[in-house]
Every structure is written in C-alpha cells, then in structure tokens.
Design a protein around this ligand. Sequence first.
Ligand code: FAD
Length: 448
Amino acid sequence: STSQNTEVKICVIGSGPAGFYASQHLVKHIPSVKIDIYEKLPVPFGLVRFGVAPDHPEVKNVIHTFNKTAENKNVRFIGNVTLGKDVSFKELKDAYHIVLLTYGAEENRQLNIKGENLHNVIAARNIVGWYNGLPENKDLQINLSKSTAAIIGQGNVAIDVARILLTPIDQLKNTDITQHALEVLSTSKIKEVYLIGRRGPLQAAFTIKELREMLKLKNCSTYWCDSDFVGIRDVVPQLARPRKRLTELMLTSLETTKPNADYNKFKPIFFRSPLEFSGSTGDVEKLKLCVNKLEGADILRQKAVFTEDVEYLSCDLAVTSIGYKSLEVDPAIPFDSNHGIAKNANGKISDGVFTTGWLATGPTGVILSTMSNAFGVAEYIVSDLKKCSIESKPGFASVEKLLEKRGVQLVFWENWLKIDAYEQEMGKKLGKPREKIVTIKKMLEVAE
Ligand code: FAD
C-alpha cells in the first residue's frame, strides 16, 4: 500500500477542462500528492478560452473552479511546455508515478473532397481560433465581402460559427472576441448562412439551447425546407424527451415563423452531403451536394446513403465543421488512428498511464460530460494507487532540469496571472472583459 511519507507525483498534460477537473479530484482524494499540470500554450483552460464562443461568457464561469485548483499548494501549473517537443512521454514516465494525458483533440477532420483547398473554404476550427485569439489562427484569411456562407455540419460548433456570422456587430463588441475578428466582421456582407446536414431533422446534432438562440437572433429569419420534414410530425410521440423537444421546436418554427425579407437568413438544410467545391477565380463559388436518403430500422440511428440526385449551391464562403481528432504527439503513446484518440480502456492506457477528456473519448459532448469523464478516470487512478507500492520519484525536479537545458521559458501560475491582468486591462480600454494577446512571443514577454 501507499507508504505514508512517499509523495505521489502526478503529471497532467493539458490544462483544459479534463486536466483541471481530474486534478481537482486527485488533489482532494490523495493525501500526499503533488500534481504538475503541463500546458503547451503560455495560457491555461484549453477550449474554454479558445473554443467557447465569445458571446457565451456564462459558459466560461467554470474558470473560477479551475482557479481554485491551480491555487492549491499541491498543484503547479507549468505553461509553454509541449509534450512531444519540449519533453517526451518517456521522460515524464520516468519522473512521475502517474502520467495523465488530457491534451484534447486539436486537429480538423477533413472532408477529403475536390476543391477543399480553394480560398475561402475554411475549417470551423480555424474560424473559431481566429475569433477567440488562438495564436496559430490570428492571420486567417477570410473573405466576408459577399453574401452567402455554407457551413458543412450541424453540430454546436457549426451553430456557433453561424451565429457569429449572423449576429449584429453591436452584440459582439463588448465580448472578449479578438479585435482583429471584430474589425473584419464589422464590414461583413454575409446575409445568408446555410447549415448543411447529412441526415434528417431527427438526427440533427445541434442542441435545443443553441437552436433557440438562432431562432431568437436579432435581424435574422430562419428558413426551413418543408420537404425535409415530411412524416416527421407522426414520429414525434415516439421520441425520448430531449429529442422530442428539439424536434417540436423545429416543427413549430417551420409552421409559425414568417420570414422577414429584409433580415439575414439562416437556412438549415438536411439530407445533403458535400461532393465538391468549385470556383473559377480561386475563391469558392459553388458547392455540389449529393441528395441523401436514410436507411436503417432504428430511426434515430439511421445512416445517410447517397442517391443519384445532385444539387448545386452558390456560396462565397464555405466552412467545414465535421469534427476534431487528436494528434499523435509522441510515438510512444499508444494511438488509435481510426478514431483519432489515445488507445485506452476506461481511461487507462497502461500501468501508471491514463487519459481523459477529448483525447480519450473523442471530440463529443460538452464541458459537463468532460467533467464526469475526468472525475471517473481520476477515481480510477486513486483506486489503482491504493493497490501498489510507491517508490520515490523525482517529479518536477528532473523535468525542470531538462526544460532548462532546452531553453524553455516556463510560465507558472503567477506568470499567467500577469498575462491575465494585462489582457483585462487591454480589454477595459475597449469596453470588453478582455482583449486576448494573440502571439506567443507577446504572451511570454508579458509573463516575465
Ligand atoms: P481541451 O479543452 O482541448 O484542452 C486540451 C489542452 O491541452 C489545451 O489547453 C491544449 O493547448 C493542451 N495541449 C494540446 N497539445 C498539447 C501538448 N502536446 N502538450 C501539452 N499540452 C497540450 N462545451 C460546453 O459545455 N459549452 C460550450 O459552449 C462549448 N463550446 C465549444 C465550442 C467549440 C468550438 C468546441 C470545439 C468545443 C466546445 N465545447 C463546449 C466543448 C468543450 O470545449 C470540451 O468538452 C472540452 O473543452 C474538452 O476538454 P479537454 O480538456 O479534453 O480538451
């Protein structure tokens, strides 16, 4: 059993919700523990900072809980350290009793269709990164000088992008949206946004809160396609509650809204798969869509199957929003490339190595589901630790030496607090809660 005076040394890789919630549970339930949270960027919180939309500030309140964990004397935040570049998986395994990988899912899924490389065909992830201040997306070339955008995908990320494109600029001005995005959006001519799904209304991936927000959006009318809803009303009584309410909301909207021709247009369309983007000038101009039908006995799990029919949609901007996958950051980490996740069984990768969050589950669910997953895996670690004896390990002391040798500037919590204060100060001048620093160089300067 765990010896009373040997400190358990745990490292957590990634400071998003998974990393923070797991650390919260571990520090509470292991008596003599030291937790080091390593983060690639000089700033914490993962997708809470770089994913969650700027007009959803209430979602970011989870940060208060993360702050408490970071301020615990047995927890250390170490930013600007990338696993697979500044430190290897093996070095961490040698230094710590437990390695917990929570580095998320950072890569776009691609459609792999013709024309995907045309200008103004952009992955949702990059647009989100651009308006949320992710350093790698600050120089995104996006052309909003024409009227029509087509978003491929109907998840909540797709809806976030649709909403940001259609929201009157006055409603974004006082959020923490980056100033560079605000400037481009304020000259935007986008008036019409399609939200394209492979399957039908019964399989729609967006949730009710996000749809309701779209239906209430100022100066915007929603247009449904009548033919997409044939037979749907008859199925409603069979549906389980959340799905039932979502479907009823779509039906009510379809049956009652009177679009205002002067308003912006939000147009969800179903049963369509993208086949090809095309354009004669280098910019996307047209999207070729295949008309799908559904197959399968279980209506909620039906699969989309191509028919012979195709359609063309004119668009000036195309956004692909078909999901994320994790990166293989270190070849020594067992990786399931089919699913784009770390190979694991209920969060365990091997003895002493665990994973949770989007790296473990794939990029599905919200912060709350990531939290339950993280608490569950943390509990697994707690019970595993009770079963084995603990020999002394060097922990941060040895990794710090390696990082110093490699010339890595470490950003501890107090250094992050300087960045935080600076950003809030910059924001104040612009009437915003924060103006994010968008280069690593500047972040490191301010952190010093
Ligand atoms: P992440 O939040 O991605 O955290 C991973 C962290 O690991 C990051 O900080 C990253 O920088 C770091 N990292 C990556 N690679 C390395 C490396 N090699 N070394 C060290 N560190 C590394 N949920 C909601 O509940 N409400 C919302 O409104 C909402 N909006 C969303 C909007 C978008 C655009 C997206 C993509 C997701 C949204 N979600 C929302 C879902 C929520 O963000 C996720 O459930 C959650 O962030 C997953 O947590 P995670 O810790 O697994 O991953």
